[in-house]
Design a protein around this ligand. Structure first.
Ligand code: AP5
Length: 253
């Protein structure tokens, strides 16, 4: 399938040739030519934690809408100005804004050989836009990885989460503490609590998840793309289960 920029969009079974940056993915444990993955789940279920491992395993370009938006807020860019109030309240940023932000990346050269999306889509509308765009490019979503966790677990995790100021490396005061209190092990920057991790905002984000993102999960299930993982297990165990599921998908391809 030819892309507007003249590149060839590889499908399963075809080797991507246009973009040398995808070559490391071929050397990864998975041999599928294009791995297009999304992570879905309640706030605090461990999407970012697993994304960190998966992007290393498969050398995938990684796009976290939360990270992109928080960086935009920090910079004071037009996107940040538009998104900031929604995020502080725990509301979703409007679909049109998010679709524009992500489609630009999915269509970019970096993601030509595959991608890992974290936090997008979050509504059925966003999923439809992604699906139409991939269809138009002759590409497919490989799987929607649902990392699930009960509300009580989410509340415990988010109240103890701390994130480093420099690179958003994530810790937990009890489950994954830094070596030195309040300081990131990896880059030495201070650890902070996210504005939307305060108790009342977490409760609201969970309501938004149940109302607006649960239907998306059903949508992916109906398309046979959903893979379910119990996010209340230890991070390494969740990671092993996801890796096993991806290996099975590769065998079936
Ligand atoms: P976003 O940043 O995407 O937040 P979220 O989905 O609510 O997810 P989190 O980042 O809070 O949690 P996570 O699942 O990544 O958990 P983590 O690995 O950190 O979005 C923020 C806001 O941006 C939204 O509210 C919205 O306003 C806006 N937005 C973003 N995308 C949007 C979109 N598509 N449409 C509209 N608006 C959008 O883990 C949490 C904690 O638990 C950590 O401390 C970690 O160390 C610990 N932990 C992780 N796994 C385990 C485990 N297995 N056992 C024990 N502890 C664990």
């Amino acid at each position: 399938m030819a892309l507007p920029n003249g590149q060839v969009a590889p499908g399963i079974g075809q080797l991507p040739t246009a973009n040398p940056s995808v070559l490391p993915a071929i050397a990864s444990p998975l041999l599928m030519s294009e791995l297009n993955l999304i992570l879905v789940g309640p706030p605090g279920a461990g999407k970012g934690t697993q994304a960190d491992r998966l992007r290393k395993d498969h050398d995938l370009p990684y796009y976290s809408t939360g990270d992109i938006l928080r960086a935009a807020v920090k910079e004071g860019s037009p996107l940040g100005k538009e998104a900031g109030d929604y995020m502080k309240r725990g509301d979703l940023v409007p679909d049109e804004v998010m679709c524009e932000v992500i489609m630009e990346r999915v269509d970019g050269e970096e993601a030509a050989g595959g991608f890992l999306l974290d936090g997008f889509p979050r509504t059925v509308r966003q999923a439809e836009v992604l699906s139409d765009r991939l269809d138009a490019r002759g590409r497919d979503l490989t799987a929607a990885l649902l990392i699930d966790a009960p509300d009580e677990e989410v509340i415990k995790r988010l109240s103890g989460r701390r994130v480093c100021a420099e690179n958003q490396h994530t810790y937990h005061l009890l489950f994954n503490p830094p070596k030195r209190e309040g300081v990131c092990d990896r880059d030495g920057s201070p650890l902070l609590q996210r504005d939307d991790d305060r108790e009342e905002t977490v409760a609201y984000r969970l309501r938004v998840f149940h109302d607006q993102t649960k239907p998306l999960i059903e949508w992916y299930e109906s398309k046979g793309l959903l893979r379910h993982f119990d996010g209340s297990r230890a991070p390494d165990e969740v990671h092993q289960r996801i890796s096993a599921a991806l290996a099975e998908l590769e065998e079936a391809a």
